[in-house]
Structures are given as C-alpha cells and as structure tokens.
Design a protein around this ligand. Structure first.
Ligand code: TRP
Length: 334
C-alpha cells in the first residue's frame, strides 16, 4: 500500500482552511493509503520557543481536531514528532545536502520570517525547519503529502533532498508527490488574507454556534456594493467562496441561484450570509459531536497517540537504518 505522511504544527486549534487544504484529503484517502499524521511539535517550537507549554498543550487539541473530522485511529496513525528522536538524526544527515542560500530562498520561510518579524536575527532552528520537514516526510518513505498551497516550497525542497541523497548514496528514499486540497488556500473572513488565527479571520473547527454566527455576520463581501439592489461580485467574495467550498453537492442549486441573483442585484448580503451560516453549521455539527466524545475520553486520545507513536517510530528507524547502511556509515557490534 502506498503511503501518506502529513502533519500540523500544534500551535492552536485548526480551522476550516486546514480542513480544505489538507484534512479533507487525509480523511478521504485513509482507506487507500497507509496514512501517518504527525503532530509536529518540534517544528512548532521553532517559532514558539518562548512558549513550549502552549505547543505541548496544543498537541492534544490538534490530535482531537484530526479525530473529530474523521481521521480513524484504526486506519491512520497519529503520532508526536518530539517522541521520535530518529527524525532529528535524519535531519542532521540531510543538513549536509542543503546550502544556506537555498534555505534563504525558500518562499515560505521568507514569508514567515517577515510575518514573525525576525529581521536579521533569524534563529537557526527556524531556518532549518524545511530540512527537518524533509526528514519528517522521507523518514516515512511517503509517496504522497496532502498539504495546503503554502507548503508547496517545502515539498519542493524535500524532493530535492531525496534526489540528492539518492544520487550520492544510492537509491534510498521515495521521492514524494504533493497533493493540494480542493481549495488549496482559503481566504479569511476578512477577504484580504489567507485564513490564519493570528489575523482573527478564522472559522474554527471547534467554534461554537454563536461564534460562527458572529463571524459569518461580520464577513467581508463586496465592498463596492453599497446597497443590495446593485450588481455584486461573487468571484472575490469570501461568502460565495465558502458556499462553493462547503455547500457541495447538496446546496449547489441554491448557491447557484443566489449567485445569479447577487450578480444582478437581486439579493442582500444578509440573506446570503444566513444561508452560509446554515451550511457551515451543517458541516460543523458532526465534527462537534465527535469532538465531544474525544474530549470526554482523554484517555482514549492518549492511547491513540501512544500507540501511534510506537508504530510510527519503527518506520523512521527502518528508514534511518537504510540511509546509514547506504551511506556506508554503520558501526557494527556497538
Ligand atoms: N509545515 C506544516 C505546517 O505548517 C506542518 C508539517 C510538519 C508537515 N511536518 C510536516 C506537513 C510534514 C506535511 C509533512 O502546517
């Protein structure tokens, strides 16, 4: 069976952007791929090192997010990155294969550095995280990596590292493919940016009904449409983007009808938003129910992660063993 490895940085609860970017694909493919889901706490620490407790606590939150959207622990393996030290060892060998300037050119790293205001004081751990992420992926010999669009440069670097290693030391690692989500990058409720918790433009997978209602009501629509009887834009309008994303296939015809009317100036924002609210609630309700089950059974979650980590670690140990053997870098009888 082919393999999937993907993961999340545990810094807080996940949102509907994560769902469309990657979670949906993991759930959909867990029957046809051997699926590994990493809670990437070591990576999360690279820009949250002043607050390890936050990352530690978020590991369980993000585990529950995954379970609530339908990751089935009997099919998929969920595990904790920091409990697999072999990943750090693999990272060390990969570090020799990547230049500093290549890391500095990684577009996602560049963006994040700006966002986080590191300026010229870039922590080495942060700059290095694409290499560590390559170890996450190659350590599992993954064939496919379902991620959001912002992760494409990471996959590109991972593929380069795999090829370089294979070239130098002989065929060792599977060169993985990326799998983008149906909506690879979801605009936030403010219409301006990618959905991101720090920007407050998020609808969380664990948000309660009233929070969702408020957030949908305050959503950005078409700023040029000063009254509901003039034609409006549906293309760059997050309300319609979300309707398309979450209303299919059941609400397709209503969405299409609303779109037609909106384009002609025949429907108000309030009516469309009320409909979107219903659609999102319908999507979130079963997720909330699963969450409730796992939140009231923390021992089950703990056991899922404990067993998942044991299983995952064995796979990384195998890959590391093969890597060292192909490098001719083994010490026998030690
Ligand atoms: N970088 C990913 C994110 O920010 C998380 C991640 C860590 C990951 N290791 C991974 C994703 C390996 C895919 C594969 O969301």
């Amino acid at each position: 069976m082919k393999r999937i490895l993907t993961g999340d940085r545990p810094t807080g609860k996940l949102h509907i952007g994560h769902y469309l970017g990657t979670l949906e694909n993991r759930v959909r493919l867990q029957d046809s791929y051997q699926t590994f889901v990493m809670l990437a706490d070591v990576q999360a620490l690279t820009d949250n090192f002043i607050n390890p407790a936050k990352v530690h606590d978020a590991v369980f939150e993000v585990a529950i997010d995954n379970l609530s959207v339908g990751i089935d622990p009997n099919k998929s393996t969920i595990f904790i990155q920091s409990l697999i030290p072999e990943l750090a060892e693999l990272t060390a060998y990969f570090m020799n294969l990547v230049t500093l300037s290549r890391l500095q050119r990684n577009p996602t790293v560049k963006d994040e550095m700006k966002q986080k205001g590191f300026g010229t004081n870039i922590p080495v751990g942060f700059l290095n995280y694409p290499i560590s992420q390559a170890a996450d992926i190659l350590g599992f010999q993954a064939d496919l990596v379902p991620v959001g669009k912002d992760q494409a440069p990471m996959l590109e670097q991972t593929r380069e590292i795999a090829k370089k290693f294979n070239e130098l030391y002989g065929k060792t690692f599977t060169v993985p493919e990326i799998l983008l989500g149906r909506v690879a990058k979801l605009v936030g409720t403010d219409g301006g940016n990618k959905m991101s918790k720090s920007l407050g433009n998020v609808i969380g997978l664990s948000d309660q009904t009233e929070t969702v209602r408020k957030q949908v009501k305050s959503m950005y629509t078409d700023p040029n449409r000063v009254s509901s009887d003039i034609p409006g834009d549906v293309v760059n309008n997050p309300v319609f983007i979300y309707l398309d994303a979450f209303g299919q296939p059941k609400h397709q015809s209503t969405s299409d009808n609303f779109k037609q009317r909106y384009k002609k100036g025949g429907i108000g924002d309030v009516e469309v938003k009320d409909f979107l609210f219903e659609v999102i609630e319908e999507f979130l309700e079963p997720i909330r129910q699963k969450r409730q089950y796992y939140e009231s059974n923390p021992k089950i979650v703990h056991e899922v992660l404990r067993q998942g980590t044991i299983k995952a670690r064995i796979e990384v140990q195998k890959a590391l063993q093969l890597a060292k053997s192909n490098m001719g870098f083994e010490f026998k009888d030690f």
